[in-house]
Ligand binder design. Structure first.
Ligand SMILES: Nc1ncnc2c1ncn2[C@@H]1O[C@H](COP(=O)(O)OP(=O)(O)OP(=O)(O)O)[C@@H](O)[C@H]1O
Ligand SMILES: [Mg+2]
Length: 281
């Protein structure tokens, strides 16, 4: 385990509804997330993943229960300072573009935090190189595709080194190659900078790589543990959350489980091959 057991996000009996007469979107959430953990959250469309991310980011205030960041209640006077330590890449990159061109958008958050011109220049140069944004640096939002805007949103939110990052379906508009690029960067931020990462997704590869996977089902946390702890009875909500387009390997694992050829999910190809070879003997 590469992370230390220091709580950075704590939920105690947290419930949330969009309006007084609305049914709650999330009910009775109780958990701790520790510094440096890589958490993946899955759930069907409309299950409350974005709501969950926005609660952590301090953007939704009318919840019941207690949310603590770094040990301090989000409802304390320190709210503004606390939420400054949380970066979000929103699901819709349109809503995140603030500058009139890409460069201005990337610099905006750094200016807000009063970084010196030298630091800003260095950080800008680094991220532009790392994410290959040179050719679009002076493009305006209207000239960019959704995928590029998503990359810019990623760059703009991670340039200021927050302590917690929430990625809300950060690769939904990207090509397979670009997805890999972003996932590599997320992994680097998590492992090298010990950043606490909460990624909301429908992608099974990400789900199975998490330090801990959270499945939200019927407004509640249905499962929150290391992916190796997934049992057969967890599979239906997991598959529902991930959609029908699972890669062939995972479809095979599920078919083997359903036919009782294996009794526990085996998510790693080599281990599955070993198991099948033994089974044939
Ligand atoms: N601003 C809002 N006002 C009222 N209801 C909302 C608002 N935002 C979301 N909802 C509702 O809350 C529920 C949870 O929505 P949320 O966007 O958190 O789900 P999600 O899991 O992120 O979905 P998706 O996979 O489609 O992104 C849905 O029923 C949605 O219609
Ligand atoms: Mg969402």
């Amino acid at each position: 385990m590469h992370y230390t057991k220091k709580e950075v996000i704590q939920f105690e009996k947290v419930s949330f509804a969009y309006g007084k007469n609305k049914d709650p979107t999330l009910i009775d959430l109780n958990f701790n997330i520790y510094k440096g953990e890589y958490i993946v959250v899955v759930g069907v469309n409309g299950s409350g993943k974005s709501t969950f991310g926005n609660l952590i980011a301090g953007l939704l205030k009318k919840y019941s229960g207690t949310i603590r960041l770094f040990g301090e209640s989000l409802k304390s006077e320190n709210h503004a300072n606390l939420i400054q330590k949380v970066g979000v890449v929103f699901q819709n990159p349109e809503s995140q573009f603030i500058g009139s061109n890409v460069e201005k958008d990337l610099v905006f958050a750094m200016e807000n935090l009063c970084y010196s011109p030298n630091v800003m220049r260095n950080k800008l140069a680094q991220i532009v190189k790392k994410m290959n944004l040179q050719s679009i640096l002076f493009s305006q939002p209207s000239e960019l595709s959704g995928g590029i805007k998503q990359k810019v949103a990623f760059a703009a939110s991670t340039i200021i080194t927050p302590e917690i990052m929430i990625f809300d379906e950060p690769t939904s508009l990207l090509s397979p190659v670009e997805k890999e690029e972003i996932w590599k960067l997320i992994n680097q931020l998590n492992k090298k900078r010990n950043l606490t990462v909460v990624e909301l997704t429908h992608d099974i590869n990400r789900a199975l790589q998490a330090d801990r996977l959270m499945i939200i089902n019927k407004n509640k946390i249905y499962f929150f543990d290391t992916p190796t702890k997934i049992k057969e009875f967890h599979l239906a909500p997991l598959i529902e959350a991930l959609g029908n387009n699972l890669p062939l390997f995972y479809q095979l694992v599920i078919a083997l489980l359903k036919n009782k050829i294996i009794t526990q999910p085996i998510w790693d190809e080599q281990s599955l091959i070993k198991k099948l070879v033994q089974w044939k003997k």
